[in-house]
Write a protein that binds this ligand. Structure first.
Ligand SMILES: [Ca+2]
Ligand SMILES: [Ca+2]
Length: 354
């Protein structure tokens, strides 16, 4: 009798995993062939051949780019090279990417930069916050930007027991930020199981020196995060659920859900167009090709723009698509005065006129 119960339970478990596996395959293998869309005058950016996972552009047109992310399950073409932060001045006629020197006793060998966010203090000092994964951990590094010297000064590392599997951050005050957690588990095989079972166990965290708390939960994999121009609304990409959550920021930093925009593609990092308030989303149209990387049949790229985000019917337009022949694994797109910088997790970066 005991054995029968065990057998029945085992059978039910296998059936459940089997059913979830089929659903998982459908979710990630539903490979859409994207029609090519390309703005005018595009060129690849030299120096960013090993990824440009996240981009943050200052109001002055200086763009910070995180490069060289090593992320479990994702391809990486330079596994022995530490990650770096690059700078591009988008006011220049032909801007070049320049790797920033980092001073102040920072461990550059284990630097594995992921999501980034800039913060300008009242005294106009620019700080760059970087999600880092040294030795497979998650930390948030704070740097001060020295514009004259074009360098970063390392200030401090933030660690917290709730800062696990951090993907992206958005900084809204001195050491005050929201951070997304992309997986509940930190063990690679449990992460795979989490994805296959489609568990909505990830969240958004608010961090400050005085208080750290979960402010939104129920995401399948919370990824990119940013704020509206007036800083009243927070936009969160749920990559596995293929949507963007629009949430209202409360005075106590809690987030209230307003609506969810389904996009039908895996949404990575988000930025806001400073001129219009529209959301730009770096997306993955064929996730299975990302996971099972084959240079003969590479993953494509897709950049979407969501207009009139807060209106009854936000409109979605396609800004860029490519089948992987030019760009593979787009993770971000950011605009400045009619130019767009499109970054990828592990591949090249593209700079175009809109
Ligand atoms: Ca970011
Ligand atoms: Ca991301």
């Amino acid at each position: 009798m005991g054995r029968l119960v065990v057998l029945a339970l085992l059978g039910a478990a296998v059936a459940l995993v089997g059913e979830r596996l089929v659903a998982f395959r459908e979710r990630v293998a539903a490979s859409r062939e994207v029609e090519p869309v390309e703005p005018q005058n595009c060129r690849l950016v030299e120096g960013l051949e090993h990824g440009s996972e996240d981009v943050d552009i200052l109001p002055s047109g200086l763009a910070f780019i995180s490069s060289g992310l090593k992320y479990p399950g994702m391809p990486n073409f330079a596994p022995d090279e530490p990650g770096r932060i690059f700078l591009m001045d988008l006011n220049e006629q032909n801007p070049k990417a320049q790797a920033l020197d980092i001073s102040g006793g920072f461990d550059r060998e284990s630097f594995n930069p992921h999501g980034i966010s800039t913060f300008i203090d009242k005294d106009r000092t620019v700080y760059l916050y970087v999600v880092n994964h040294p030795h497979a951990q998650s930390t948030v590094e704070i740097f001060k930007f020295e514009e004259e010297q074009r360098s970063l000064v390392y200030l401090k590392t933030i660690r917290h027991e709730l800062l696990k599997s951090v993907n992206d951050i958005v900084v809204l005050g001195p050491e005050q930020f929201y951070a997304t957690r992309d997986h509940y588990f930190t063990n690679f095989f449990l992460v795979l199981l989490e994805m296959i079972l489609n568990l909505p166990w990830t969240h958004v965290l608010f961090y400050s020196p005085r208080e750290v708390k979960v402010v939104a939960e129920g995401f399948h994999s919370a990824n990119g995060i940013t704020v509206s121009l007036d800083q009243k609304y927070v936009y969160i990409a749920d990559v596995m659920a293929k949507n963007i959550h629009i949430m209202e920021k409360r005075d106590n930093w809690d987030l209230t859900p307003l609506k969810v925009l389904p996009l039908g593609t895996l949404v990575d990092n988000l930025t806001v167009d400073p001129a219009t308030g529209d959301i730009l989303a770096g997306c993955h149209p064929n996730p299975m090709k990302l996971l099972l990387y084959n240079p003969e049949d590479p993953p494509g790229s897709e950049v979407l723009c969501i207009h009139d985000v807060l209106s009854e019917q936000p409109r979605v337009s396609t800004v860029y698509t490519n089948n992987g022949s030019v760009l593979q694994g787009t993770s971000v797109a950011s605009v400045y005065k009619g130019k767009i910088l499109i970054g990828t997790v592990f591949h090249r970066a593209l700079y175009c006129e809109l």
